[in-house]
Design a protein around this ligand. Structure first.
Ligand SMILES: [Fe+2]
Length: 236
């Protein structure tokens, strides 16, 4: 009587019932393929996720406006008249210096206007004096010296003031502060393009080329007088 032919032996165990390949080996190979596939998909997702999930991240971000020191002359108490017209303080009209417009747009780094934000400026009068006890409170009473405007939906601000004047040790500048109702976002200074005092100013000299470009703007003639456009970018 012929002997029955046994099934082929498994390569890795004595079990004769499942052929030459151990089920676990199949399972391991399958698991390895799944893992590789998952890793590949995760890698692809990692590369493409920013564009898919956050379209704004795929766009170029704006550089935040460089910060500058607040300096010693931020008002101790805000003046009763603190609107956007620094040439009129209460009922008094300031007639010194060169009247100008200083205006611009405030956005976040994605270019979205900072609607509802507040822009403040403060500067010395045409004789280089601030409304501040640290400067002897010697600024002209008719010069408002400080102004504040709330940004509309377009993020634009506009101040009526004088072209900034120099004082001892500083090139002409206007101090800026940007706030949200509960948070201060930026303190910086605006400089005047082409002013010979810039190259001797320690703060301006400490700026990088890009920083100088961001903070230094020209006054140009417009239909209603000289104006400077000073854009501000904040990390909101
Ligand atoms: Fe100053």
């Amino acid at each position: 009587m012929p002997h029955p032919i046994p099934p082929p032996a498994c390569n890795t165990c004595p079990d004769l019932t499942h052929g030459t390949t151990h089920p676990r080996a199949n399972s391991d190979a399958s698991t390895t393929r799944r893992t590789l596939l998952q890793r590949t998909l995760w890698s692809a997702a990692w590369v493409t996720a920013p564009a898919m999930v956050h379209p704004a991240l795929a766009q170029a971000r704006l550089q935040p406006t460089p910060r500058q020191t607040e300096g010693p002359y931020y008002p101790v108490a805000l003046p009763a008249d603190s609107d956007g017209d620094l040439l009129r303080n209460g009922t008094l009209q300031y007639a010194q210096g060169q009247p100008v417009w200083v205006e611009g747009r405030v956005t976040d780094t994605a270019g979205v206007p900072l609607a509802g934000g507040v822009v403040e400026i403060w500067q010395c009068d045409a004789d280089g004096r601030y409304h501040h006890p640290g400067d002897g409170n010697k600024a002209a009473p008719s010069f408002q010296g400080f102004g504040r405007v709330t940004l509309g939906r377009d993020g634009r601000y506009r101040f009526r003031t004088i072209r900034p004047a120099p004082y001892t040790g500083r090139t002409p500048h206007i101090h800026f502060k940007v706030r949200l109702p509960q948070r201060e976002l930026l303190t910086t200074q605006m400089y005047v393009a082409g002013d010979p005092g810039n190259a001797r100013d320690f703060l301006w000299n400490n700026l990088s080329e890009a920083g100088r470009a961001a903070l230094t703007v020209p006054f140009t003639q417009s239909s209603d007088g000289p104006r400077a456009e000073f854009a501000l970018v904040v990390q909101a």
